[in-house]
Design a protein. Sequence first.
Length: 257
Amino acid sequence: MLLRLRVVLPDRPGSLGQVARTLGVVGADIVSVIVLERVGGRAVDDFTVVWPASAPVDRVLAGLAAIPGVRVDGVWRGTELSEPNSGREVALIGQVAANPQNGLATVVDAAPALFGADWAVAIQVGSDWAGGGARAQAWSESSVICASWRAPVVPPQVDIAPLRPRAMSAADGIHLAVAPFQRGGLVLVVARGGADGDAGAPPFHGSEVERLAQLVGATASVLGERLAGPGLAELGKAGGSVAGTPAPAGTSPSWAA
C-alpha cells in the first residue's frame, strides 16, 4: 500500500539521506519526496512510500524516531501519488476546458488524490455569508453542489469566514483546506483525518493551500460565469456521492447538522 509520511528534519547536508536510508532499512520503498518548507534550519518533507499492508506502521515510526533531530508530524494512507510538479493539475484544467459542463465535478472528483485528502466538496454559501451574525452560519447553511466519494452527509462544524484560501481543523480531528472560486459563493473544500479517515493525517500545509487556491483560480477562469449562473446545479450533477449515496440529479442537498 502507499503510505504518506510528513517528516520534519534538520536542513543540512546528509539529513535527507539518513531518513531515506532508515526508510529502506525498515522495508519502505520511497516513490516520492515533496519538499513543503525550508526555513530556520528545518525542512518539512512529505514522503510517499510503498509499505507492506501486513506490516505494522509503528516499525517505520520507530526507525525515524531514532534519528536525532527528526520528527514525524503525520502518517496516513494514500491511493495515488500527489506530486505538485508532475503536470497533473495542468492536465486536469485541460479536462475542465474540454468538457466544461462537467468541469466542477471533474475538479471535485480529482482533488482528494491531488492533495492527499480523504474527500472533497464544492459548497455554495449564501450571499450574506460575510455580514454580521451570518458569518458563523456560513458553513452550516451552505449547500453541497457536488461531492467526491467518501464525503460525509454531516460536515464538521467549522466557521469558514473570512472566506479566503486557508487551512483549519475541526474539533473531531478532521483537517480542512478551503479556497473560494470568487464566483457564485462557491468554495472548494478538501479534508483528511478524523474518525472516518486516518487519525494520523496532518493538517494541510501552507504550500498545499496555495496549490489548492491556484487550482480553484484556474478552474474559475476556465468556467467563468457558468459558476454563477442558473446552470450551476448541472455542473455538479456528474460529481461523486455524498456518504456513498449519489445525490438525486439536479438537486443541491442541504449540508446542515
